[in-house]
Design a protein around this ligand. Structure first.
Ligand code: NAP
Length: 556
């Protein structure tokens, strides 16, 4: 082919030759042999087995390190390795439990090449963060990754799994399953779209995940969406320590770091707070309708661009001083200021049976537990936005839900109440749940109609409770902060609490309790803190404050 300048351009063959030469060099440097065992049903004309032989033949030309032995499915070795379908390829079975069910063709040839190289190297090539997570796995995980030769995303997920197995062969095994070759198995796992990864038959990833997210999903045995790097630091120094990783805390983190404050967020439970378990959010500007967990993932990813987050860390102790010392369950923070964005906790009905049957039919999270009640009869207690949103969610999920409200009109927004009526979701008005009954799980509830004063019973499989929240003020109380008459943290309108250097934001302050208002309060609080650190109000406004309590001013 002639190039524009008239010179001969490299042909495709020349490019392929160079590529093959490079591959040969790579394989030459591999320290380990790569024995392959192919099991095929020799009695039948198996196109997948033929394709597998062809692919392996091509790779074997690159390196003598790759060896192939072939056996019939009826061979003793097939029984010993528990091989039952044709073709099944075992890769270095002396060192790993890695099997390929199908032919490594199309996009899967990329996975196969990577498999050979990693097995030949005997190293996982995982990032340090992923390796740390995988190394924490202390019980066996049987991984299955369903793939297809036409899926360009599949190699990434298959290679994630492969690297994990090479890192921890004593606990992990892997089956890479081509859904075209193994349609029945794919059906059994409802793996109609690929890639899908299972561990011990639990779905841990749908689609290609970043390596660290896959590692975490494998370790936790549930699909994860975000990976937050862990820190070993025993002591962290900050200008601002935010307690609480909901919308208020996350937004405050973004604003504070952008203002130049060294900031960290600690969260003892789930990031995102209540939003993480909200089925759908339809009033957060910019999103017509978004799943609560998805919105949290977006917020957390954004916050992580700026601020270090320490999940799973509860505050144990705060010592006022200069700096303030905050001891969490993992480490010590020395900080100039603290922002409490601790949110709110579920309110309980406080009726007999509620505590005993929690997790056995009593639930405070329709997003989490709703799918278990598909086709079953449940009640939803409450009359506010949460109860109606969650009742609608359950209804759309195929759960037979009845709303039970203690008054004769709802507190929820008109838009939501209308949807309840349009979907003909039954409502028991002026009704209170007095008892939840059942030995091992919820069977029945006792109801009291406060209009007719009559008591009755209702058979039900589940009791969902969404009757509002109580502000999470335990820490604030422990820190000696003043509360309002309603039990929220008292603040001065600029999020300053009764103690210098300690601020609040979000639902723990009371007010409208919307995601957007919590975020707004987080932003406001961060800006106040920034201004106060430059120009400390307590130096003039609080003459009585002892010097030990005074936070340190930032140098402007
Ligand atoms: P809420 O608005 O405080 O409503 C709580 C509901 O539970 C009320 O209907 C209340 O009855 C009832 N209730 C309270 N204690 C009860 C008890 N012991 N027994 C029986 N019923 C009881 O709480 P929420 O619905 O969880 O909402 C919390 C906040 O989040 C609100 O500010 C809400 O607007 C906001 N939110 C907004 C959305 C949205 O905008 N889409 C969605 C969810 C939540 P009474 O009516 O008789 O007081």
């Amino acid at each position: 082919m002639q190039g524009v300048n008239g010179r001969q351009e490299p042909t495709r063959d020349m490019a392929s030759e160079a590529y093959l030469r490079q591959l040969r060099q790579t394989f030459e440097q591999l320290p380990n042999d790569i024995p392959l065992l192919l099991f095929a049903d020799k009695g039948r004309d198996d196109v997948f087995a033929q394709a597998t032989r062809q692919v392996i033949r091509a790779f074997r030309e690159l390196s003598p390190r790759i060896t192939l032995k072939e056996y019939d499915l009826g061979h003793e070795l097939a029984r010993r390795h528990n091989v039952v379908s044709s073709p099944t390829l075992l890769i270095a079975p002396d060192r790993y439990d890695i099997r390929w069910m199908g032919a490594p063709m199309g996009e899967e040839a990329r996975t196969f090449l990577e498999t050979l190289i990693l097995v030949g190297m005997g190293q996982s090539n995982l990032s340090e963060q992923s390796r740390n997570v995988i190394r924490r796995i202390d019980s066996p995980r049987r991984i299955k990754v369903f793939v297809s030769p036409t899926c360009p995303y599949c190699p990434q997920q298959a290679v994630n799994a492969l690297k994990a197995v090479i890192e921890l062969p004593e606990q992990l095994s892997l089956e890479i399953i081509d859904i075209q070759c193994e349609p029945e198995l794919a059906n059994q796992y409802a793996a109609q779209s690929v890639p899908q990864a299972f561990a011990n038959d639990i779905l841990i990833g749908h689609g290609a995940q970043p390596e660290e997210v896959f590692a975490l999903s494998l370790q936790k045995l549930e699909p994860q969406t975000i990976f937050i790097p862990e820190s070993d630091a025993e002591q962290v120094e900050t200008d601002l320590l935010i307690v609480g990783g909901g919308p208020a805390g996350l937004t405050a983190g973004i604003y504070a770091v952008r203002s130049g404050l060294r900031t960290a967020i600690v969260e003892r439970q789930a990031l995102g707070g209540q939003v993480a378990t909200t089925p759908v959010v339809e009033n957060y500007p910019g999103f017509t309708s978004v799943g609560g967990k998805t919105l949290v993932d977006i917020l957390v990813s954004h916050a992580l661009q700026y601020v270090q987050i320490f999940p799973g860390e509860g505050v144990l102790e705060v010592q006022y001083g200069s700096p303030i010392m905050v001891q969490t369950s993992r480490r010590k923070f020395l900080t100039k200021t603290v922002l409490l964005a601790t949110g709110a906790n579920h309110r309980h009905l406080n009726v007999p049976g509620e505590k005993r049957l929690a997790g056995r039919g009593v639930s405070y999270c329709s997003t989490c537990d709703g799918p278990l009640f598909k086709g079953k009869q449940v009640v939803m207690a409450g009359g506010g936005n949460s109860a109606v949103t969650e009742a609608l969610h359950l209804f759309h999920m195929g759960v037979k839900v009845t709303l039970i409200h203690r008054r004769d009109s709802l507190r929820a927004q008109e838009f939501l109440s209308r949807q309840l009526a349009e979907n003909r979701i039954p409502v028991l008005w002026s009704t209170e749940i007095r008892e939840i009954k059942g030995e091992d799980r919820v069977r029945e509830i006792t109801l009291f109609n406060n209009a007719s004063q009559k008591t009755s019973t209702l058979a039900t499989d589940g009791v969902f409770i969404a009757i509002g929240y109580e502000p999470a003020v335990e820490l604030a109380q422990k820190m000696g902060l003043e509360l309002t008459a309603d039990g929220y943290i008292k603040q001065d309108g600029r999020h300053r609490t009764s103690r210098p250097g300690i601020y609040s934001a979000g639902d723990v302050e009371g007010g409208y309790k919307q995601i957007v208002t919590a975020s707004g309060q987080g932003a406001e609080a961060a800006m106040t803190i920034f201004e106060d650190l430059i120009n400390p109000y307590w130096l003039t406004a609080k003459p009585g404050t002892s010097s030990v309590e005074r936070p340190v001013a930032l140098q402007p």
